[in-house]
Design a protein around this ligand. Structure first.
Ligand SMILES: [Mg+2]
Length: 368
């Protein structure tokens, strides 16, 4: 089998109202944009991949074709080495690798997780928020999630004072598992600079979480390459420390492990590692007694890729983006069937490959 071409589509979906994600400080996000890639083969099998996009996106179909046409898509290791090159001369390319697994699975008639020797099971989802809200609004949100069957919610904070929202939610829901994401690992600085935390800020915040209790992890309280800072923080507090969603290679996770930086490793197959290397990171984490809970917040194809990894290697939770107007229908708008949870759990699709279907109209609209 040979790759015969790559077609790039820029897709956009307008939100009903603006959304204010903590990772784009001050920015009203009014569209969901992605770059969708169809990797075509000489055996009539097409694999799909997607990357989050912004401001109309970058066009890199031609360089991808130069590197990928003529390759056998089953040669994942060889193609990853070519993607290493694209990473040097062009945009971050790791999402492309999910299309290879989509092709390999379709060719074999098996879902991706089965290619890694696993069977599907129900994975608990946690409701992942994206905005900072005052305590009353957040408690109302959590009431809705609990009614839907969620047993865990991840709250977003930007200021140290926001620990009071965490405390209020804890008091209203004594048994709910909470996660807290400070989003200090990276940010999209298009409008404003993000609020940064000193080590002392992170320490004081984490100690408050120790006092609140029942917090599964504190995520990204420090910049994403501050391996020593993470290690010092982890030594000083009880709450688990999580990170790594935008650390873009297994070597970064080796640094986290060597420095003793994290309790929970969160690579994202769509953003940073690809599926093959996410599985490697998960195995490395598990061998060191650490948890593996990947980041999934990009779009439904990225979610699918990470859900297959979770199913292949095991994870206590699957991140489920849920912050209206950023609902599953919005992050899955490009699929025939999105990713509904079932009373707080989800199961990887068992159709071949990634198990997702992109209707022709979606591609026709993008081309027009
Ligand atoms: Mg995060």
């Amino acid at each position: 089998m040979q790759i015969t071409g790559v077609t790039q589509y820029h897709l956009e979906h307008h939100l009903e109202e603006p959304f204010y994600p903590t990772w784009i400080p001050g920015y009203p996000q009014s569209t969901h944009e992605l770059e969708l890639f169809a990797v075509e083969t000489d055996e009539d099998i097409t694999g799909y991949a997607a990357s989050p996009s912004f401001g109309g996106g970058l066009d890199y179909e031609t360089p991808l074709e130069i590197f990928l046409v003529g390759e056998d898509p089953h040669n994942v290791e060889g193609i990853l080495r070519k993607l290493d090159t694209i990473n040097l001369v062009g945009p971050r390319p790791w999402h492309l690798e999910m299309a290879l697994w989509d092709i390999i699975g379709k060719d074999a008639g098996k879902p991706v997780y089965e290619l890694f020797g696993a069977e599907a099971g129900d994975v608990p989802v946690y409701a992942s928020t994206g905005e900072v809200m005052d305590a009353d609004a957040r408690i109302e949100y959590v009431e809705e999630r609990v009614a839907e069957g969620f047993e865990a919610v991840k709250l977003r904070v930007t200021e140290v004072d926001h620990v009071e929202t965490v405390r209020a939610v804890r008091e209203a829901f004594p048994d709910l598992t909470l996660m807290v994401d400070a989003n200090k690992g990276w940010s999209v600085r298009v409008m404003e600079e993000e609020v940064t935390w000193s080590f002392a800020d992170a320490l004081s915040f984490a100690r408050e979480l120790d006092d609140i209790g029942g917090v599964a992890w504190l995520e990204e309280p420090l910049p994403r390459h501050d391996y020593d800072g993470y290690a010092r923080l982890r030594d000083a507090v009880d709450v688990n420390v999580a990170g790594g969603e935008f650390n873009d290679g297994p070597h970064h996770f080796r640094e986290f492990i060597d420095h003793g930086s994290l309790d929970v490793l969160q690579p994202d197959a769509a953003l940073a590692t690809g599926i093959r290397r996410a599985v490697d990171v998960a195995r490395m984490a598990q061998a060191h007694g650490l948890e593996f809970v990947p980041h999934t917040w990009t779009n439904a194809l990225g979610f699918a890729a990470n859900l297959h990894v979770i199913t292949a290697v095991g994870s206590p939770w699957c991140e489920y983006p849920m912050e209206p107007p950023w609902t599953p229908d919005v992050w899955s708008f490009m699929l025939e069937e999105g990713f509904a949870h079932d009373g707080g759990t989800i199961r990887a699709p068992d159709d071949p490959g990634l198990g997702v279907t992109i209707p022709d109209e979606v591609l026709e609209d993008a081309e027009g």
